[in-house]
Design a binder for this molecule. Structure first.
Ligand code: 4FV
Length: 262
């Protein structure tokens, strides 16, 4: 998969590509990352890539001509790749979108700087505008790295063993379970004993239950995105029973608040 990042700071991307899973995926030919320096496509002695905004106001805007030329060059290298602009106005990036993008033969990623890029570039060249969250960065490079990272780890052969991407958070709109490794006791804290049983089905069931509880507590919104399966309904009913019993026992012992919460 080709990744072509359009940026005025290619060294930022290089450091990202030269390490970890990205480095291994690149060495293994799973990804083919490259950066085009937009400044190389700017005219004039000073190779200016930004200018003052029409209508006044603070900050600068990235000029359309260098970007259009750089996009043209990228498209010649990866003709079938969608042109993606990273910006706070884009569609929110998430795991399902990562899966969608992982099916592309390549991605051309425009990393804006300053206040953003000239809108006419978006109108004429951009296939998809993507946001990694409702906050403002100084540049699109970090957002482009997040997208490339999440997509790369879904590519066959990128992760050590295939199925680890299958156990991901958000895989089926549920948070991941807790993970533990040696030592068995750390600062007085132990680990769930079921993980020491070697009983794979029991361990898998515990992990699903732990993931569900974390989703229920931290991200109940995710439960609306994919219907509960039979096992999940069973677990929730069991927990509801335990919660009801707890409340009843509190009431009966008179230690809890009176009915109606007074
Ligand atoms: C951003 C985001 C983001 C806005 C102006 C770059 C900056 C500057 N990109 N998700 N949030 N971009 O804040 O993707 O050009």
């Amino acid at each position: 998969m080709k990744f072509i990042a359009l940026t005025i700071f290619p060294e930022l991307l290089q450091a990202f590509w030269d390490n970890g899973i990205m480095r291994r995926a690149s060495a293994g030919g799973i990804i083919e990352p490259s950066a085009l320096n937009v400044r190389d496509y700017a005219q004039g002695r000073h190779k200016v890539t930004d200018d003052r905004p029409y209508g006044g106001g603070c900050g600068m805007v990235m000029k359309p001509e260098p970007l259009a030329a750089a996009i043209g060059a990228a498209r010649r290298t990866a003709p079938g790749a969608p042109v993606i602009l990273l910006s706070p106005q884009g569609r929110r990036f998430d795991q399902p979108m990562a899966k969608e993008l992982a099916r592309c033969e390549g991605l051309i990623l425009i990393c804006g700087r300053y206040e953003g890029i000239d809108e006419r570039i978006s109108e004429q060249f951009v296939d998809l505008e993507v946001s990694i969250g409702d906050f403002v960065l100084t540049g699109g490079e970090l957002a482009a790295m997040a997208v490339m990272d999440a997509v790369t780890r879904l590519l066959p052969g990128a992760l050590g063993n295939e199925d680890s991407a299958d156990q991901d958070s958000f895989r089926n709109q549920r948070l991941d379970c807790g993970h533990y490794t040696r030592p068995p006791e750390f600062e007085g804290r132990t680990i769930p004993q079921v993980l020491l049983t070697g009983h794979h089905e029991l361990i898998a069931r515990w992990r699903r239950a732990d993931g569900l509880m974390r989703t229920l507590v931290r991200r109940p919104d995710l439960l609306q995105l994919k219907p509960l399966d039979g096992e999940e309904i069973g677990l929730l009913e069991k927990w509801r029973g335990e919660i009801d019993k707890l409340i009843r026992s509190q009431r009966d012992s008179g230690s809890g608040p009176s009915p109606g919460g007074g």
